[in-house]
Design a protein around this ligand. Sequence first.
Ligand SMILES: Cc1ncc(COP(=O)(O)O)c(C=O)c1O
Length: 169
Amino acid sequence: VNYQNTLAFALELDRQDPLAAFRDEFIIPQHDGGDMIYLCGNSLGLQPKGTADIIAQQLNNWSKYAVEGWFDGDTPWMFYHKQLTNSLAGIVGALPAEVVAMNTLTVNLHFLLVSFYKPTNKRFKIIMEGGAFPSDQYAVESQVRFHGYDPKESIIEVFPRDGEDTLRT
Ligand SMILES: Cc1ncc(COP(=O)(O)O)c(C=O)c1O
């Protein structure tokens, strides 16, 4: 691609984007009389237009089957994760046997830290963004304490410099 810093070039790339039609599947909040430009990639995405109906369908199953909803109805909850395995493997470049969609972000953060945070007296500090999402901070703090270390000494929070909005690499 011969990159050009022009609006025409950006619009042309949008035109060629095979996923462009998916934009219409989402509810885009309005701002100043137009669609908001939404660039949040690390947290909550836009609400798909189909979400309210799908949730209503599951609330209906819950009222109809109660605990049996795990096994009964058109979409039993027990095996939901299996529906996501192949697409998730494709997204992260793993084999289907290596991935599973599960838990909340915070629970998964704990699992991640249990696997790779093996502190020693010489190497125990964790560097993280300053003022992170509270549950992220508590997860890191809990793991540090669990290994017998002091969060005050072990967690290094990094903030942008005065007058700047992003961290310098
Ligand atoms: C950066 C970040 N950390 C943690 C969370 C909390 O996620 P959960 O409630 O799934 O643990 C969120 C939720 O949006 C988040 O954006």
